[in-house]
Design a protein around this ligand. Structure first.
Ligand SMILES: O=C(O)CCC(=O)C(=O)O
Ligand SMILES: [Fe+2]
Length: 202
């Protein structure tokens, strides 16, 4: 159900890709992931807590602590990550590839005052695979920068149901979430935003 597709600096933004029922089904599936692998608050390698809480599904999950950013086969509490929900894989299949499925679906939960600083996603082995992002819940202000840190940026409010494909030259472009706008979606029971990013890891 894509309403329109935008392209900003090579980021393909499918506005309203998921309808309300599809969004609700994804939220249910993610609740299952969180029951199996609870959200945790990662530390940056510099010892500062990250503002988002996160968990993962798939063969690998993304973690961060004093030892650095990396993928691990186990949650910090020791359990294996649950499988990536079929609803998420379906979006990947439609927009990226049927030939290879992602190894990791990172789940980021933003509460009303969470944000994510500008960064590149570069812990994966093969940058020819895009990162696919799904937004659920309150709107988030997505900032898109450049191939190196700094410089002029462009921003776009990501809404519930929007899907972004970050591939090609945009794969290593800096990006982040400046803030969310609590109360802009009724999808979740409380203010907040969920973002899913699917990644091919190795
Ligand atoms: O929350 C978002 O929309 C982006 C998340 C992100 O960039 C990441 O998890 O690497
Ligand atoms: Fe990212």
């Amino acid at each position: 159900m894509t309403e329109e597709t935008l392209e900003i600096r090579g980021f393909r933004i499918f506005k309203g890709y998921l309808d309300t029922a599809e969004q609700a089904a994804l939220v249910e599936a993610i609740r299952g992931v969180v029951r199996a692998a609870p959200l945790f608050s990662p530390m940056t390698p510099y010892g500062k807590p990250m503002r988002v809480r996160m968990t993962s599904a798939g063969r690998y999950g993304w973690v961060s602590d004093r030892r650095g950013y990396r993928y691990e086969e186990r949650h910090p509490e020791g359990m294996a990550w649950p499988p990536i929900p079929g609803e998420v894989l379906a979006v990947w299949g439609d927009l990226v590839s049927h030939a290879r499925m992602p190894d990791c679906c990172l789940v980021n939960f933003y509460d009303a005052d969470a944000r994510m600083g500008m960064h590149q996603d570069r812990d994966e082995a093969d940058f020819s695979w895009p990162v696919l992002s799904v937004s659920l819940g309150d709107e988030g202000l997505f900032r898109i920068g450049n191939a190196t840190r700094g410089g002029k940026t462009e921003s776009h409010w990501l809404q519930s149901g929007d899907v972004v494909v970050m591939g090609g030259d945009a794969r290593l472009t800096y990006h982040g979430i400046d803030r969310i706008k609590p109360g802009t979606s009724m999808l979740l029971d409380a203010p907040g935003r969920i973002n899913l990013t699917c990644r091919v890891v190795d």
